[in-house]
Design a binder for this molecule. Structure first.
Ligand SMILES: O=C(CO)[C@@H](O)[C@H](O)COP(=O)(O)O
Ligand SMILES: [Co+2]
Length: 234
């Protein structure tokens, strides 16, 4: 908990006709990861990008590719994304019932990538208990997955705090990423609760100056995190 906060700009809000330009801008602005939202039109009611985009991104940036799979039957497609160069792969608990989530984590690790699991807003984070000790990252959705530009669901920060507790209870310390409606106003809430990685779509890739936006969100998050830490120590 309380590692330096990193920003993972979601390229879903980037200008696809100028994607390389946008990637260079977020890298220069200090982004920690490139967040790639893969949607299949089935698990979520939207269709976005897939393996070819991950392959091309790998050629133009050395920022870690944080691939958020919002797809049904993730075990079928996981090998494709791993082969394409995904550095962190997130699988949704709702799409990987029973043993499938454990299997997904094994497959990701066997390929040398980092494994993450995500829960939608109405799914309790407790469903991740069977794999919590193996996870490199937990992704808490603070909007219903499917679209960028939605408003942060109030109270999502409580789920972040709960995730910290659950992880600690099994002696684990996965990174905690929060995704959906994160910007200067909401970043402080989740950072104070223990979030390490903030996905920002419209607030960063949708901004005129993405580097300035990264700096503003990071500053807001770090200030809240420092205040939370100070109040714990007091
Ligand atoms: O996974 C998703 C949406 O399903 C996200 O990564 C969004 O793309 C983030 O966009 P903003 O809410 O930050 O605009
Ligand atoms: Co996402």
């Amino acid at each position: 908990m309380f590692q330096p906060v990193k920003i993972a700009p979601s390229i879903l809000s980037a200008d696809f006709m100028n994607l390389q330009r946008d990637i260079e801008a977020i890298q220069a602005g200090g982004a920690g990861y490139v967040h790639v939202d893969v949607m299949d039109g089935h698990f979520v009611p939207n269709l976005t990008m897939g393996v070819p985009v991950v392959k091309q991104l790998k050629k133009i940036t050395d920022m870690p590719l944080d691939v958020h799979l919002m797809i049904s039957n993730p075990l079928e497609q996981l090998p494709w994304f791993l082969e394409a160069g995904a550095d962190i792969v997130t699988v949704h608990a709702e799409a990987a019932a029973g043993y499938q989530l454990e299997r997904a984590v094994e497959m990701i690790h066997a390929a040398g990538a980092k494994a993450a699991a995500s829960v939608k807003p109405h799914t309790p984070v407790e469903v991740l208990a069977p794999v919590m000790a193996q996870l490199d990252m937990v992704l808490i959705m603070s909007v219903e997955p499917g679209f960028s530009g939605q408003s942060y669901i109030e109270g999502s920060e409580r789920k972040v705090a709960r995730t910290v507790e659950l992880a600690r209870a099994v002696g684990a310390a996965p990174l905690i990423e929060v995704d959906g409606g994160i910007g200067v106003k909401t970043a402080p809430l989740v950072a104070a609760a223990g979030a390490d990685v903030l996905v920002c779509g419209s607030a960063v890739c949708g901004a005129d100056d993405s580097a300035a936006a990264i700096a503003q969100v990071t500053q807001a998050a770090e200030a809240a995190r420092a205040a939370a830490l100070a109040s714990k120590e007091a």
